[in-house]
Design a protein around this ligand. Structure first.
Ligand code: NAP
Length: 534
């Protein structure tokens, strides 16, 4: 940090992000589009000024407790995906800033890891209290930069803050072991100690929760962190970091750099001071990081892409199955790693289920996440819409049929119609890859064995869902599915108290629950010898 020039630094109380607003944010509808059915309930300008007043709008990176510009003063723009307008210009950082952030985290590690568990727990608890106290502003920030409906964004704040609360408690339960010795004059102990500095790279789809799931247990164990949020959604990360400072968490324990992802990633990988990389994002980038971590033999946790099957058996309760599939598929406009990617429906219930799901999907109101009643926001960007379009084109060209939706929404921008598509087959892109959009592809199956085979026929293994009223089947199929998470008669199952993570190419390690702590702890064996001498 000493190497930083004073001119590059402003204090935590200092600068706010520069907001660039135009009144057209309020209603952006294509000329040919039907009018929005309800008034926009939230004035964007008032959201901006409220966020500014609370000190939560930050545009600089956080290094060693100081808010810092990119050293070459470069910035990047953050957009509101619902309007395409610029929300803020934030620092666009790279390798040099990352190296300084690593040094700060390394310096802070020595004192942070020496605190008692109870002291670290109190810091985390204060951070949790502040996240909850600022739930409204954080929710608005998530909607602004990520697009999800405000109600969902507020839900993310509660869910994300929950990890900080849970790990504030778990910090006090890092137990070691005493092992019965095979030799009479020895005593054998196992100590659990923090890994060290952690590089934490996170995606845009949950701008807060993907960070707290990593940073909560890391800090609880005594690690310090360098966070790299997605360039698409850095503002929520910066706001959470600001609240960590307000909670009194010492400088250098939490650092944030954003900008040139490959450069930042390479610096984290190359550093011998960084002892662990924890990553949530695409499988392609995860593989690169895993390979790169080999150079310095770092530990790696990976939360990667999924291809979740949602299996509806003939014996399912139709209403429960439709409600569960809606939740598992259309949350965050289909942009979650655990979103149902393939809906496998048994032939006896296929027609009834397809009709009921299509009817339910017609009622999903699409629009700006600040509009009351909206449950489907925009996709994150144009590339995401093009991906959905290409998957739909591929499916139609191979015989699939649109039951509802199937094209861009008349609102324009990156809004896409919630879609149900039937007669989907295993060889179509919709079955092979994550669509990451609001499309429910229906595949037909005859037997339980066929459903299990179809469900497991993928390299991904994150989440799976089953709808059945047969208890024996729910056990049998849960055991047979090659997935890290299984929801039975339930479409949303993630919680801070349960382990979250994938198998096969969906990742390594677990987040949440007591298992989430293991990712940030080293196991040290201590042997006391000559214990019988005086
Ligand atoms: P992504 O492109 O892999 O990006 C994730 C993060 O990695 C971002 O911060 C990105 O930075 C960064 N990144 C990109 N290239 C990098 C590189 N060469 N070195 C270091 N960092 C790099 O994924 P995404 O599109 O943001 O997120 C969607 C994916 O995440 C989906 O596949 C989804 O399934 C997965 N996901 C998984 C989970 C889970 O728990 N398993 C949860 C949520 C999402 P920039 O954005 O700044 O480029």
């Amino acid at each position: 940090m000493n190497t930083l020039k004073a001119s590059r630094i402003s204090t935590a109380a200092g600068r706010f992000a520069k907001l660039i607003w135009r009144p057209s944010h309020l209603v952006r509808v294509h000329a040919s589009a039907p009018p929005l059915t309800r008034q926009i309930s939230m004035d964007a300008q008032s959201v901006a000024s409220r966020l500014s007043n609370s000190g939560l709008l930050r545009s600089q990176g956080l290094i060693g407790g100081k808010w810092v510009d990119a050293y070459d003063r470069k910035t990047l723009k953050v957009y509101n995906p619902a309007t395409g307008e610029v929300v803020a210009d934030v620092s666009c950082m790279g390798g040099r800033e990352t190296n300084d952030a690593i040094s700060s985290a390394y310096d802070a590690f020595h004192s942070w890891s020496k605190l008692t568990a109870a002291e670290r727990s109190r810091f985390l608890r204060r951070w949790y209290d502040l996240l909850i106290a600022h739930r409204e502003e954080l929710g608005q920030l998530i909607t602004l930069e990520q697009g999800k409906p405000l109600k969902e964004a507020l839900g993310e704040v509660s869910y994300g803050a929950g990890f900080i609360e849970f790990y504030a408690e778990e910090a006090k339960r890092v137990y070691g072991d005493i092992i019965p010795s095979p030799l009479a004059d020895r005593r054998l102990f196992v100590l659990k100690q923090p890994v060290g500095v952690v590089g934490s790279i996170t995606p845009w789809n949950f701008p807060l929760a993907m960070i707290t799931r990593k940073v909560g247990p890391a800090l609880a164990c005594g690690c310090t962190v360098v966070i790299k949020p997605s360039e698409l959604t850095p503002l929520t990360a910066l706001a959470a970091a600001e609240l960590s400072l307000q909670a009194g968490i010492p400088p250098g324990v939490v650092n944030v750099v954003m900008g040139n992802a490959p450069e930042i990633g390479d610096s984290l990988l190359a550093s011998t001071q960084v002892r662990k990389i924890t990553f949530t994002g695409s499988t392609a980038v995860g593989k690169k990081l895993m390979t790169g971590a080999g150079g310095t033999v770092k530990r790696v946790s990976l939360e990667l892409g999924g291809n979740a099957p949602c299996i509806v058996f003939d014996d399912a309760d139709l209403d429960v199955a439709v409600k569960g599939t809606l939740a598992a598929k259309f949350r965050n406009s289909g942009q979650t790693c655990v979103c149902a990617n393939r809906v496998l429906v048994q032939e006896g219930i296929y027609e009834k289920f397809a009709n009921a799901l299509s009817k339910a999907v017609q009622n999903l109101q699409v629009g700006d996440g600040f509009t009351e009643g909206v449950v489907q926001g925009p996709l994150i960007n144009e590339a995401a819409v093009r991906k959905v379009e290409s998957f739909i084109e591929d499916a139609i060209s191979k015989g699939a049929k649109i039951l509802h939706g199937g094209k861009r929404h008349s609102l324009g921008m990156t809004f896409y119609e919630p879609t149900v598509i039937s007669d989907v087959k295993s060889e179509m892109l919709l079955s092979r890859e994550e669509v990451f959009g609001p499309v429910a592809p229906l595949l037909r199956f005859k037997t339980e064995d066929e459903a299990i085979h179809l469900a497991n026929d993928t390299n991904a293994g994150l989440a799976a869902y089953i709808f059945t009223n047969n208890m024996q089947r729910s056990w049998r199929v849960s055991e047979a599915l090659e997935y890290g998470l299984v929801g039975v008669n339930e479409g949303i199952i993630s919680t801070e108290v349960a382990p979250f993570g994938g198998i096969k190419q969906s990742g390594l390690g677990r987040e949440g629950s007591k298992y989430g702590m293991d990712e940030y702890l080293e196991v040290k064996y201590v042997c006391l010898g000559n214990m019988n001498s005086n």
